[in-house]
Design a protein around this ligand. Structure first.
Ligand code: CA
Length: 229
C-alpha cells in the first residue's frame, strides 16, 4: 500500500461507494479512507440512492449488479433528480454494449471487474478533479456557464459559446441569481464606457436569442435578473 499512500490527503473529498459484495465493499472502504476520503458505504441500491440524493459527494463509485435497484437504475434516478456528481460504474460486464449502457445512463467512467486498485484510484482522482473544475461553473437553472471559456452548457448536453460582453453580462446576473439588477448598475459593471443603458437591453436581447427567452427575466420598472435554461 506504500505506493498509494503517497498521494493521500486529508481533503481528498467525499465518496459514496455502493457495492453489495461485502468483502469488496469493506476493502474499498478501507482503501479510500486511507487515501483521505470520507467514505459512505451502501450495501444496496436503495440505500445508495437515498445517500446520493441527500448528501453532497465529490465522487460516487457504483457497482452495476446490485439487488433491487441496480447500478444503472440508481444512476438514472440520480441524474433525473439533477445530481451531477461524477459517477464511476464498476461492473463484471465489459462488452462495448455494457459500457455504452453505463455511459448513456450518465456515468462518467466505467471500470470492469476485476480491476487494478491503482487504476481505480487514478480514475477516482481524475473524476474528483473534474468535479472541482466544475465547482467554478455558475449554475443557470438546469445549465451551466463557464466564465473562463464563455461556454454555456445546456441541459440537453449541447453547448453555446458567448461573446465576451454577453458572457460578462450573464456572469453579472448569475453570480447574484436572486438579485434584481438595475440597468444602470449593469451598464456600469459590464459595459463601462457605454453612453446609454440601452446597451444592456441590446445584450439581453442577444442572450435571449442564443439561449432562449427565459434565460434573463425582466423585472418591470426595475431591471433584470437571472432566469434559467
Ligand atoms: Ca454486485
Amino acid at each position: 500500500m506504500a505506493a498509494t499512500s503517497a498521494i493521500s490527503s486529508p481533503s481528498a473529498g467525499r465518496l459514496l461507494l455502493v457495492e453489495d459484495d461485502r468483502e469488496l465493499g469493506s476493502m474499498l472502504f478501507g482503501l479510500f479512507t486511507e487515501q483521505g476520503y470520507r467514505v459512505d458505504l451502501a450495501l444496496e441500491g436503495q440505500r445508495g440512492l437515498h445517500l446520493g440524493l441527500s448528501r453532497p459527494y465529490d465522487v460516487m463509485i457504483v457497482d452495476r449488479g446490485l439487488p433491487a435497484v441496480d447500478g444503472i437504475e440508481l444512476l438514472t434516478r440520480l441524474r433525473r433528480r439533477a445530481v451531477t456528481v461524477p459517477v464511476l460504474v464498476l461492473s463484471a460486464f465489459g462488452t462495448v454494449a455494457d459500457r455504452v449502457t453505463g455511459l448513456d445512463a450518465g456515468a462518467e467512467d466505467y471500470l470492469v471487474k476485476p480491476f487494478e486498485i491503482e487504476e481505480l484510484l487514478a480514475r477516482v482522482r481524475a473524476l474528483h478533479r473534474r468535479n472541482l473544475d466544475h465547482a467554478r461553473l455558475l449554475p443557470l437553472g438546469a445549465g451551466w456557464l463557464d466564465p473562463e471559456s464563455h461556454v454555456v452548457e445546456l441541459p440537453t448536453g449541447g453547448q453555446v459559446t458567448l461573446s465576451g460582453q454577453e458572457c460578462r453580462l450573464l456572469c453579472a446576473l448569475a453570480t447574484r441569481p436572486r438579485q434584481v439588477h438595475t440597468r444602470a448598475s449593469l451598464r456600469h459593471r459590464v459595459f463601462d464606457g457605454a453612453r446609454t443603458e440601452s446597451i444592456v437591453d441590446t445584450y439581453v436581447y442577444y442572450l435571449r436569442a442564443k439561449l432562449g427567452a427565459d434565460v434573463v427575466r425582466t423585472v418591470r420598472g426595475v431591471g433584470y435578473r437571472l432566469g434559467g435554461l
